[in-house]
Write a protein that binds this ligand. Structure first.
Ligand code: NDP
Length: 483
């Protein structure tokens, strides 16, 4: 295995261990075998991390933004130089194929660090003239931010939260999912190597309880969670107790609408990206694929042909393009949904079975004739299961696309330009796509509406969520008082 982190936690600029913490067994999803043993943070570790972040934040915020930005950009360069070893580690952590991780994880993390590093010096206040008097605003950091990550993109999530937080002068304590605890440690190591003061970015491990104890600490000013809606509800409520700022990047059941004038090959590619990339474990996936009746047969035929191009196997093999699910439990959950699809009368077009042998492999699965009320059309599955639903008209499909509590993403494939923009305007979702799906460049805002979240990651919008404005009134004349 590649250069591994050397201990469970990274606090105050160094690796720290406390073997009194609950054991976290790191399982390689491709074999089901243990590749590392870590320990959850004890209360002493949580205390060390928060105390270190609190202390470091003051110093970090006193640096010029240009100097802070330089550290982030240097970290981006290091990540790019080490893309291979970081991608190998990401593949061990998640089971995602190296073919993906080598282009989508450390690279995406590096882009976030570079983008927010470049933006740092432009984060400024404004001047408001009031006759002779004036007000100026200062855009100040929030303080100590807590990041809590899901298991599907451990490097990317760590960087998407670290980069804007640090650019604004905050410090962070990050808790990865206990299923993928390794990658964020390398991000912390690289930030220190790039010159970040010790304590500005700390990583501690643990199950949900560790996250919960971080959120309730009075030293914490902001919580940014990537996770499911049920966890989001709990975390948002706990943060509200202390009036803390939040960013909630939660789950979805996004619609992908394919009109019969769409370019078939592109629509199939979009649906593949929106359902099977990362073995379907992507929050913004367009898992309700609404296909207009005129193109349905052609779509299903072409989809089935294209899925024959799946190459499962050892995810470290660069030729493999489809990995296992992250865990046995997640595969069981997804198999439960497949069983529901069959029971409730959807037509299984392809897939549907686990793959015998070691590792948590599951076939790419397509159901057709799915109706709005079926479980597989309502619940987030978070696995390689596509539901194809028929529709007739634009008006009908938009109403059905929006008939969900989620609002993370939505996509439309059509050759009709005005219809494409009408659909994008009508979708109740934070992130929309026209004639493509699931791209998430750092320059563009990413996040959900409705139950899918609060706030936005990436783009200039993220700065709003990691900073606050202070207004300073400056009087130039005498002070008038009534008595
Ligand atoms: P979970 O919601 O189960 O967990 C997310 C994180 O929150 C984990 O680190 C978890 O720790 C922690 N956690 C759980 N309970 C609490 C609590 N009470 N207080 C504080 N922290 C807690 O999500 P998964 O890891 O299973 O990830 C899958 C979900 O994430 C899907 O719903 C997916 O859509 C969503 N997601 C959203 C994205 C987005 O940007 N919108 C991107 C990627 C995923 P532990 O694991 O130890 O329980």
């Amino acid at each position: 295995m590649t250069t591994q982190p050397t201990a469970s936690h990274f606090i105050d600029g160094q690796y720290v261990e406390d073997t009194a913490g609950e054991v976290i067994d790191v399982i390689y999803p491709a074999t089901g075998k243990s590749i590392a043993t870590l320990h959850a943070a004890t209360p002493a570790i949580v205390e060390q991390a928060l105390a270190s972040a609190k202390r470091a934040q003051k110093e970090w915020a006193s640096w010029t933004a240009t100097d802070r930005g330089r550290v982030l950009r240097k970290a981006a360069d290091i990540m790019r130089e080490r893309n291979h070893e970081l991608s190998v580690l990401e593949t061990y952590d998640t089971g995602k194929p190296y073919q993906e991780t080598s282009v989508a994880d450390a690279t995406s993390g590096a882009e976030a660090l570079e983008y927010f590093g470049g933006l740092a010096a432009s984060i400024t206040g404004e001047h408001i003239q009031l006759g002779e008097d004036f007000v100026y605003t200062r855009r100040e950091p929030l303080g100590v931010c807590v990041g809590i990550g899901a298991w599907n993109y451990p490097t990317q999530i760590a960087c998407w939260k670290a980069a804007p937080a640090l650019a604004c002068g905050n410090a962070m304590v990050f808790k990865p999912s206990e299923m993928t605890p390794l990658c964020a440690l390398k991000v912390a190591e690289i930030l220190v190597e790039a010159g970040a003061p010790a304590g500005v970015y700390n990583v501690i491990q643990g199950y949900g309880a560790v996250g919960a104890s971080l959120i309730s600490d009075p030293r914490v000013d902001k919580v940014s969670l990537t996770g499911s809606v049920p966890t989001g509800r709990k975390v948002y409520a706990a943060a509200a107790e202390g009036m803390r700022h939040v960013t909630m990047e939660l789950g979805g059941k996004s619609p992908l609408v394919i009109f019969d004038d769409a370019d078939l090959e592109n629509a199939v590619s979009g649906a593949i990206l929106g359902n099977f990339y990362s073995t379907g474990q992507v929050c913004s996936n367009g898992t309700r694929v609404f296909v207009q009746k005129g193109i349905k047969d052609a779509f299903l035929k072409r989809m089935t042909e294209r899925l024959a191009g799946i190459k499962m196997g050892d995810p470290q093999d660069p030729d493999v393009n489809f990995g296992p699910m992250v865990s046995e439990r997640q595969r069981d959950i997804v198999e439960g949904f497949i069983a529901k699809g069959n029971e409730e009368g959807a037509t299984l077009v392809t897939g549907g079975k686990r793959v015998d042998g070691e590792g948590f492999y599951l076939e790419a699965t397509v159901f057709a004739d799915v109706t709005d009320g079926m479980t597989i059309a309502r619940d987030e599955i978070f696995g390689p299961v596509m539901s194809v639903l028929d529709f007739d008209t634009e008006e009908e499909v938009l109403e059905r696309a929006n008939a969900t509590e989620f609002g993370l993403a939505a996509g439309v494939f059509t050759a009709d330009l005005t219809r494409a923009h009408r659909m994008a305007a009508g979708f109740e979702a934070g992130t929309c796509y026209i004639n493509t799906y699931n791209l998430a460049p750092v320059e563009a805002p990413f996040g959900g509406s409705k139950m899918s979240g609060v706030g936005r990651e990436n783009s200039k919008a993220a700065i709003e969520h990691y900073s606050q404005i202070k207004g300073v009134y400056v009087a130039m004349g005498e002070v008038e008082a009534p008595f």
